[in-house]
Design a protein around this ligand. Sequence first.
Ligand code: SAH
Ligand code: SF4
Ligand code: F3S
Length: 460
Amino acid sequence: MTESLVPDLGPRPEPPNAGGRTVYVETYGCQMNVYDSQVILGRMREAGFREIDDHLEADVVLVNTCSVREHAEHRVISRVGELRRSREHAGKDPALVGICGCMAERLRDELVRQRNRIDLVVGVDHYDELPRLVGELLDPDPAPSAVAVGHDRRVHYVAPPEAYPTNHSHLVTIHKGCDYRCTYCIVPSTRGPQVEKAPDLIEREIASIVASGGREVTLLGQNVTAYRWSDELDFAALLQRVARIEGLERVRFLTGHPCDMHPHLIDVIGAEEKVCPWLHVPAQSGSDRVLRRMKRHYRRDDYLAMVARAREVIEDVTFSGDFIVGFPGETDEDFAATLSLVEEVGYDTIFSFKYSERPGVPAARLADDVPLEAKKERLAALMAAQEAAWARLAEAQVGREVTAVVEEPARRAAGSWRLRTGNNRKILVPLDEPTVGRALRVRLTGWRNTSFFGEPVATA
Ligand code: SAH
Ligand code: SF4
Ligand code: F3S
């Protein structure tokens, strides 16, 4: 059985110096950080801080950060400088500035030594300590800075159920960390080893989301498909348990690792009505040589077989994924294999990135030998291949009838609403009196970029 303590959900002591102060949180990186920012805000609120969305007015500014690429880190450092300067220009007192998340874990007290002043560094397992640390720094006679980092297997968070969901899907982290060692990736070191949240706790969290009006959840983790609480309770079994929660209508999950997409799991996804037929399964590359050097534990053929099986078993399944171009040693031929994979699979969406060397990861021992220009060219070629493949997929959908849930008014089409299908396609539909959260039958009439256009179909 995986060790995991149920977090203390009871009231926490109020720290000194909190009452009436305001906090502003800015979030970078993946959905894990979006979830954690909800946890951070929840903890700060409980301790008497008030959330505001104007950093110029906030007493405390927290930046929840990402280390996955060098560019992501540079952006945060320059953002801190910008936050400091805009306060100065506005004639305001400096805020207390804290760095949370993956950069806090990676750079630790190096952060408090850099040029733009950072008062507080709080790693991913230390958000329960945030209110106390902030309270101490707000003391009239404070310490110069505070650093709380390092992994703690016992810590699991539960975000407040009323926290605003992403795309109307409430995020629910089901485990933290990652035990894979993809050679390019910093996440295992910033997030630590994989530790499961207890299934009972996951169920209780979802039940409380449903009780506060939520109808859809997205189970979240760097590798949700590797979830394993016990020999009997793997990710497939967890999905089945979650699908039985009364009042819950839809379950999504992010991210799946291709090597964990076993036939049994695919069967469960296909059989459980509440589980949405959308797989985010990053391939990273289409070349076996590169996949081996990335230590992804599958070959191109395995990946394609997984896609084929999913298409057979899961009705209307769609795929999305991530790709890295310019991994050390990637040749034109390797890259051509990535292009052909994208053409063959037919993704709805892909996220593609130029390889960015991260200090200390295994691939940092390989020469970062693909020139920047070649990385840029490959990125552009990959995006063009995806556009062409998607155009074929999207065009073939026009005329079909689908079921989709009303989410919110469309941003750029007055009178239209954005709906989302179970397989994660967006449809803009003109509606007179829509009910948010209701499922409608819609005929697809066209598409542009990543959205379809549609019209309601009268139902008998
Ligand atoms: N756990 C997920 C995603 C991890 S990070 C998975 O296993 O797929 C999100 C994406 O960032 C990755 O899928 C990868 O495409 C990209 N990424 C990670 N490290 C990178 C690096 N060093 N350079 C460029 N892209 C990277
Ligand atoms: Fe990184 Fe690989 Fe783990 Fe994903 S599976 S977080 S890419 S090490
Ligand atoms: Fe970035 Fe950390 Fe997520 S490195 S991608 S915020 S786990």
